[in-house]
Design a protein around this ligand. Structure first.
Ligand code: GTR
Length: 333
C-alpha cells in the first residue's frame, strides 16, 4: 500500500508557480552594464553614433545589455583603452586604426600614407572581404570589430607657415599618434615627430613643445587646435578607418540572438556616423575659417607620396606576410 503522501498535481503547479515568482522577485535578471570608451566630446559624429548604438542595443536586447558611453577619453587614452578592451575591463569602444598598429600588426597596412585614394574607396574596401580580413586579425587579439566608421582625411597643420612642399616640413616638430610608422612618415619629410596622446596636443602647441600636428577637420576644430596652429595644409596623407569594437569576452557572453541585435546596432551606428561626418566636415571647416584659420591646397601631392615610398619598401620587407593586404587594397582602387 502506498503510504507516502503525494502532492496533488494542482498543488505541485501552485508551488512551482510560487517558487518561480519568488525567484523572479528575489533574483531579477541582471542587466549587463557595458562600459564604452570614446575619445571625442559629446556632439561629435562618432559620439552621437555611439549613443545611438547604446540606445539601440538596450532596446533590442530588452535591457539585457545596457551600454553606457564615456566620452572625452575619461577612461584613459587610446593605447590604454585598447588594452582595457582586450582584457574585458571595457566592453566596447570606437578605435582609430592608427594606434592599433602596435597591437594588431595587420592594421598597420591602413596607416601606410596614401594607401587609400579616397574616403569612398576606403569605405568600399573596409565593408568588403578585405575589411573582414582586418576584422579577423583584430579578433585574434580580443577585439570584435562589428562595423567601420570613417574619419575623413588627415592633413598637416602648424603654427607659423603653410605646408605646400615637403621642404616646408623641414625641422618642424609634429605630434603624431602612437605608431612608429608615423614617426617615419614625418622623418621622411624632414620634420621631427613626437608621439603624444590626443589630449596633450592643445597645451603642447600652446607652449611650443610642438609646432604642429595632423588631423581631419572635425578633430582640428573640436580639439581647439585651430586656435593655436592656424595653417591647415591639405596633404590628406592618411585616410583611416575606425572600428566599433566589442571586447571578445563581452561578445562571447551574449546569446546568439543578442549578438545579432548588437551587430545590427553597430552597422546602423556606422551608417549614422558616416552621414553625420559629411555634415560635420563642412561645419568644422566653416568654424575654423571664421576663426581665422588659413587653409591651403597642396598642388603637388606626388612630391609627398614619393617621400613615402621607403616606408612601403621597408614595410613589406619586414612583414612579407602582409604584402598581399597592401597589393589587394591597391588593386581594389
Ligand atoms: C581623431 C580620431 C581619434 C584619435 C585622434 C588623434 O581624428 O578620431 O580616434 O585618433 O584623431 O589624433 O589622436
Amino acid at each position: 500500500m502506498q503510504t507516502r503522501k503525494r502532492f496533488s498535481v494542482t498543488g505541485c503547479l501552485k508551488i512551482t508557480a510560487m517558487a518561480g515568482a519568488l525567484t523572479a522577485a528575489a533574483l531579477p535578471v541582471q542587466a549587463d552594464q557595458w562600459r564604452g570608451w570614446n575619445i571625442h566630446p559629446p556632439g561629435y559624429p562618432n559620439s552621437e553614433a555611439l549613443e545611438s548604438f547604446a540606445e539601440e542595443v538596450a532596446e533590442k536586447t530588452d535591457g539585457r545589455v545596457e551600454p553606457k558611453v564615456y566620452h572625452n577619453a575619461v577612461l584613459g587614452d587610446q593605447p590604454d583603452a585598447i588594452e582595457q578592451t582586450r582584457s574585458g575591463a571595457l566592453d566596447f569602444a570606437n578605435f582609430n586604426m592608427g594606434p592599433m598598429g602596435p597591437i594588431v600588426p595587420a592594421t598597420n597596412v591602413l596607416s601606410l600614407p596614401f594607401i587609400f585614394n579616397s574616403v569612398d574607396d576606403m569605405y568600399t574596401i573596409m565593408d568588403g572581404e578585405i575589411g573582414d580580413r582586418f576584422a579577423d586579425a583584430l579578433a585574434e587579439e580580443g577585439l570584435i570589430a562589428l562595423s567601420w566608421f570613417g574619419s575623413g582625411a588627415r592633413s598637416l597643420y602648424n603654427t607659423d607657415h603653410p605646408v605646400k612642399t615637403p621642404a616646408d616640413v623641414q625641422g618642424i616638430k609634429v605630434r603624431v599618434m602612437n605608431n612608429d610608422l608615423y614617426v617615419e612618415m614625418i622623418d621622411n619629410l624632414g620634420g621631427n615627430a613626437t608621439p603624444m596622446s590626443y589630449g596633450e596636443v592643445y597645451q603642447s602647441l600652446k607652449t611650443g613643445v610642438i609646432d604642429g600636428a595632423e588631423n581631419n577637420y572635425p578633430s582640428y576644430e573640436t580639439s581647439g587646435h585651430y586656435e593655436v596652429a592656424k595653417y591647415y595644409s591639405l596633404t590628406e596623407h592618411l585616410i583611416l578607418p575606425e572600428c566599433l569594437c566589442i571586447a571578445k569576452s563581452s561578445w562571447e557572453e551574449l546569446s546568439e540572438e543578442d549578438q545579432k541585435a548588437v551587430r545590427t546596432a553597430a552597422e546602423n551606428a556606422a551608417e549614422t556616423q558616416r552621414q553625420l561626418w559629411e555634415e560635420r566636415v563642412q561645419k568644422s571647416k566653416q568654424t575654423v575659417l571664421d576663426a581665422g584659420a588659413k587653409i591651403n591646397d597642396v598642388n603637388d601631392k606626388a612630391a609627398f607620396q614619393e617621400k613615402m615610398q621607403p616606408i612601403y619598401d621597408d614595410f613589406v620587407k619586414q612583414h612579407p606576410e602582409l604584402e598581399s593586404f597592401v597589393t589587394d587594397i591597391q588593386a581594389a582602387q
